[in-house]
Design a protein around this ligand. Structure first.
Ligand code: CUA
Length: 157
């Protein structure tokens, strides 16, 4: 084998290995992302400066797609709002973010279950067709107050 052939072969193999490693890393990283139906970035240090998260809660939607937009700030160790009332039959776009660490956002007895990471706004669309009280729970360990971290959705008829 010629000297140059060897060099090119080595170069080519290294490039392939590097490419595969990068591919592997990004695959792992994607697997770790919140399982939400939409993701937007936000500066975690300025969550409260964002008009949507200044007074989180239920707001009528400007779009035809949803009846309401529901904003939540998850932080150690609470959700804001602590309680929210939603009219039965509403189609709601949920937006959740956090200024501190990774939290979970699961609405018990529903399909809503997402990870909330600092720097990201996790989103989920849900139809609230069943009357009742639904507990929001944190399913990512976030510290000593983890198990006390809850909020309540009241779906009213
Ligand atoms: Cu927040 Cu666990």
């Amino acid at each position: 084998m010629h000297k140059y052939e060897k060099i090119w072969l080595t170069f080519g193999t290294s490039a392939l290995v590097i490419f595969l490693v990068i591919l592997g890393i990004s695959a792992v990283h994607q697997g770790h992302s919140p399982a939400a139906s939409g993701i937007e970035t936000i500066n975690p240090e300025h969550v409260r400066d964002d008009a949507r998260f200044k007074e989180p809660g239920l707001y009528e939607s400007d779009t035809d797609e949803y009846d309401y937009e529901l904003y939540f700030v998850a932080s150690a160790f609470q959700y804001e709002p602590r309680e929210v009332e939603i009219p039965k039959g509403s189609r709601v776009r949920i937006h959740v973010t956090t200024p501190d660490v990774i939290h979970g956002f699961e609405i018990a007895q529903t399909n809503v279950n997402m990870m909330v990471e600092p720097g990201l706004i996790s989103k989920y669309t849900a139809n609230f067709n069943k009357e009742g009280e639904f507990l929001i729970i944190c399913n990512e360990y976030c510290g000593v107050g983890h198990t006390d971290m809850t909020s309540l959705i009241k779906v009213t008829g």
